[in-house]
Design a protein around this ligand. Structure first.
Ligand code: PEP
Length: 254
């Protein structure tokens, strides 16, 4: 059985002082975490400090983005090796906000996957359709293209070291989540696509998280779906109480 993975994407929120407060509140309730893999992804400025605060806890650390090159003249960018050196083990790649506001393409996501894995980081690869694409009935085509191009040239061994996050863009930060049935349908499609690109054992072993307005009130029903292996949480991870409730939902269906 696949282990549930709950990741919190802090986006561009939390100064270091606020980060300390949130981590401290999570640590006070650390007993909630039993079987679930919990990852928090603070802004780059807080990674070092949060890494130290998480020492000895079961909470893992992730970053929200990396550059695809190892190093170089890329002002303002951060490499996989740099985030690894401050204690991150995961990195979110291809988030829809990066695709939408920073022009991140599937090809760039593919290069970033290679850069991340080259440093031993586990990428959390985000895919998902916009509202317009869903209304046109092309969700499957969009997700299939993101998978095919984002993973182009990757071996089954490389793909088995990825986490996917299906995040319908229309559900991110909008309060409108996909229904459990809508999410399950796309998750099943993603696993099917991975089966045809690779093999059944690889596809069955891969974690596919759902993301898009996951809250304590809807987490359990989403996480109970056969192909939903966890959640990538934005807004609700910014307060310890709501993030812990989502972790509890994952624990109850592990
Ligand atoms: C996200 O940032 O990946 C996300 C899903 O955000 P939210 O939970 O706020 O919709």
């Amino acid at each position: 059985m696949r282990k549930k993975i709950i990741a919190g994407n802090w986006k561009m929120y939390k100064t270091n002082e606020e980060a300390r407060q949130l981590v401290s509140a999570l640590k006070s309730n650390i007993q909630v975490i039993k079987k679930t893999r919990v990852i928090i992804c603070p802004p780059a400025t807080a990674l070092s400090e949060v890494a130290l605060l998480l020492t000895g806890t079961p909470i893992a650390l992730g970053a929200q983005n990396i550059h695809w090159e190892k190093e170089g003249a890329f002002t303002g960018e951060i490499s996989a090796g740099m985030i690894k050196s401050v204690g991150a083990a995961y990195v979110i790649l291809g988030h829809s906000e990066r695709r939408q506001y920073f022009g991140e393409t599937d090809e760039k996501v593919r290069q970033k996957i290679l850069a991340a894995q080259g440093q031993g980081l586990t990428p959390i690869v985000c895919i998902g359709e916009t509202l317009e694409q869903r209304e046109k009935g092309i969700t499957r085509e969009i997700v299939a293209t993101q998978i095919d191009q984002g993973l182009s040239g990757l071996t089954a061994a490389q793909v088995s070291r990825l986490i996917f996050a299906y995040e319908p863009v229309w559900a991110i930060g909008t309060g409108k989540n996909a229904t459990p049935a809508q999410a399950q349908e796309v998750h099943e499609f993603i696993r099917g696509r991975l089966t045809s690109l690779y093999d059944q054992a690889t596809a069955q072993a891969i974690t596919i998280q759902y993301g898009g307005s996951v809250k304590p009130a809807n987490a359990l029903e989403l996480l109970k779906q056969a192909d939903i292996d966890g959640a990538l949480v934005g807004g609700a991870c910014l307060q310890a109480d709501s993030f812990l409730e989502i972790i509890k939902a994952a624990e109850s269906c592990s």
